[in-house]
Write a protein that binds this ligand. Structure first.
Ligand code: SF4
Length: 318
């Protein structure tokens, strides 16, 4: 049986915002609002949703960069609070969206990749420098690139450097937050293939966050769909793409471009704008945009419903 590397139980992260006269009126952004899910060892869990749905906040919670207001995150069966924070920092790494701002422009590539190894004194200077060269080769770069600065590289090459930095300390899990969305389409496939290769070589688990369903389908074993800080549907990738049950997932998939001019796809604009996370709709958060909304949806939140093994949906239709 596959064990879970990460288990998230009922986590919430709300941010207070002040406004109005003298900034006295207080409201709350419910960025992550009672989410439970698990990441199995060795799998890639895709996390999709529109911008503002809480994906990036969830990424920061999963890497320990932020703590949830309530709920618990278990890593290898043990709550985050019981781990040494520096240990969590090495076992869970992150690859960020923007390879231009995520690499320190004043540091040489070798120093960027070796930072964790130097802090944790994993070897002599010579050993660390040899390891950096090895890592560069593993991500498709050349050993001599260690002596150059980030600005000397393209976006795709910088993302390769960010991946080398992420794997330098032999992590168990990498959270990839929109890792290819800042790259040209031609380069996206190369970086996705590199992530797959690295996953096999290092027995890694990934949480892969993106707003792009076609990108997520290429890399994920399972996909979780998020909307306004909540989960809408989780299923194995094949199942989700061929048998989407939640109306939100169905509309998202209809809006994915299909390279066949004879197939008409729906325009995502028919859904209107995503409501503000400061005042999310009551009941099902999707009811203001859902073409199948019923009276019950306005006031009652749908609960988790496993309609078949591994396929879970949060919707009153099921
Ligand atoms: Fe639509 Fe109701 Fe299902 Fe929400 S619960 S997705 S509003 S049918």
């Amino acid at each position: 049986m596959t064990s879970n590397i990460l288990e998230i139980k009922n986590i919430k992260r709300h941010y207070p915002v002040s406004g109005g006269i003298l900034s006295l009126s207080k409201a709350t952004i419910k960025a992550v609002n009672d989410i439970s899910l698990e990441v199995k060892s060795g799998e890639t869990l895709g996390l999709v949703g529109e911008s503002g749905c809480g994906k990036s906040t969830l990424a920061r919670l999963l890497t320990g960069l932020e703590a949830p207001d309530s709920g618990t995150i278990f890593f290898n069966g043990k709550p985050f609070q019981e781990w040494d924070s520096s240990k969590i920092g090495t076992m869970i790494q992150m690859v960020f969206q923007d390879p231009y701002s995520s690499l320190n422009p004043r540091q040489k590539v070798g120093n960027i990749i070796s930072e964790g190894m130097r802090i944790h004194k994993t070897g002599s200077r010579k050993e660390i420098s040899m390891r950096v060269e090895e890592l560069l080769v593993q991500v498709g770069m050349r050993p001599e690139h260690a002596k150059r600065y980030p600005h000397e590289f393209s976006g795709g090459q910088r993302q390769r450097i960010a991946i080398a930095r992420a794997i330098a300390m032999n992590p168990d899990l990498i959270v990839c937050d929109e890792p290819v969305s800042a790259l040209d389409v031609s380069v996206q496939a190369q970086v996705l293939n590199l992530l797959k290769k690295i996953q096999k070589e290092f027995s890694l688990s990934y949480v892969f966050i993106s707003h792009d369903l076609s990108v997520v389908s290429h890399i994920s074993d399972r996909v979780a769909v998020m909307y306004l800080g909540k989960l809408m549907e989780i299923a194995p990738t094949e199942e989700l793409y061929h048998n989407p049950l939640h109306p939100y997932t169905q509309i998202l998939l209809e809006a994915v471009p299909i390279p066949d001019p004879t197939i008409q796809t729906a325009d995502i604009a028919i859904m209107g704008d995503i409501p503000s996370p400061i005042a999310p709709p009551s009941g099902c958060p999707f009811h203001t945009r859902c073409p199948k909304a019923m009276d019950v949806c306005k006031n009652n939140q749908p609960v988790r419903n496993e309609v078949k093994e591994g396929h879970t949906v949060f919707c009153h239709l099921y």
